[in-house]
Design a protein around this ligand. Structure first.
Ligand SMILES: C[S@@+](CC[C@H](N)C(=O)[O-])C[C@H]1O[C@@H](n2cnc3c(N)ncnc32)[C@H](O)[C@@H]1O
Length: 315
């Protein structure tokens, strides 16, 4: 579906959203969530309105380009009309297709894959074993460049205690474990005995098996059982997307100042940008991305690495 976004500078985003939702509710289908987001659906398509500290963010979507223009026009006209005390500038991005958005052109992705410190034999053999044993599921594994990034971030933080949510066959686990300082520990959470068993021999071959404490249980149960002291140096979240916000909320208070939480797949193949996608994982990731950007507990950056990686550092 084509979509377009606009960021409207204003210090009254919540007020405009309420006004628009209330007024347009007479002719359109509208909704307002408890956290202040509005959705307005007209015959031509729909628009979500999200408040941010200094702006109003709009995302319009429709079945085709002509309908998208109609949605953009109706929202822009109403918004400008309601802003009696300031002159709003609503500049829409060029239309894009959420399902076809790619962070990187494939050729660029390939170039990046051949320009990082290469994976060693153990990692390459683990990747091969994963493909052979898990078929299509193997695409869940982090790429070699993302793995190198995890090792580097773990080393940069001098991590002694790391947490991983989503092990699969343990490629990212191995990358994090390798970056730990001497005596460091990695608490690795997953629900699958079968998949994690594939990784164990490779952790042993790499000489890091004794650093990894694998817990087979729902990750939320494992995280909630942790001490609430801020002792985590680095955490990597790469499991079921609906639970990302809950994982984030369990981890951030446990990060030491300067500690990192790294989140994978924050782009959801472009679907996070397209309001046409309304499944639980899309809603959860959209909300979490917005929350992290304005979370005063952390400094955060979203990187175009593979399917999007956010790094948030505890202040
Ligand atoms: C994308 S894969 C992780 C990939 C891994 N980081 C790697 O590089 O190979 C997601 C993993 O999350 C696990 N998972 C799903 N739901 C979970 C839950 N509630 N608690 C813990 N792990 C879960 C799945 O079993 C799966 O192994």
């Amino acid at each position: 579906m084509p979509l377009a976004t606009a960021r409207v500078a204003t210090d009254r985003p919540a007020r405009y959203i309420r006004q628009l939702v209330s007024h347009m509710g007479h002719k359109a289908s509208t909704a307002l969530t408890p956290d202040g987001r509005g959705t307005i659906t007209v015959a031509a398509g729909s628009c979500t309105l999200t408040p941010a500290p200094d702006r109003l963010e709009l995302t319009a979507t429709a079945a085709d380009a002509a309908s998208l223009t109609l949605v953009q026009d109706v929202i822009t006209r109403h918004l400008v009309r309601f802003a009696t005390r300031e002159e709003l500038t609503v500049e829409w991005s060029a239309p894009a297709d959420g399902a076809e958005l790619e962070l990187l052109a494939p050729v660029v992705g390939e170039y990046l894959l051949s320009h990082h410190t290469p994976a060693d034999e153990v990692l390459m053999e683990l990747a091969t074993a994963t493909r052979e044993a898990t078929a299509g599921a193997a695409e869940m594994q982090v790429s070699a460049d993302e793995g190198a990034l995890l090792t580097m971030l773990t080393r940069l933080t001098g991590a002694r205690f790391a947490v991983e949510v989503g092990v699969f066959t343990g490629y990212s686990t191995l990358c994090i474990a390798r970056g730990l300082a001497d005596g460091g520990r990695l608490l690795a959470c997953d629900v699958s005995e079968e998949w994690t068993a594939i990784g164990r021999p490779y952790w042993a071959r790499a000489g890091v098996a004794d650093r990894i404490d694998l817990r087979i249980a729902p990750a939320l149960t494992t995280l909630r059982a942790l001490d609430t002291e801020p002792v985590v140096d680095i955490a990597f979240i790469d499991a079921d997307k609906e639970n990302y916000p809950a994982y984030y909320e369990e981890i951030v208070p446990r990060l030491r100042p300067g500690g990192l939480v790294v989140l994978d797949n924050v782009f959801l193949g472009g679907r996070v940008l397209d309001p046409a996608y309304q499944e639980g994982r899309h809603l959860a990731m959209r909300r979490l991305n917005d929350l992290i950007a304005s979370d005063e507990r952390v400094d955060a950056v979203m990187l175009p690495v593979r399917d999007g990686v956010t790094i948030a550092r505890r202040r």
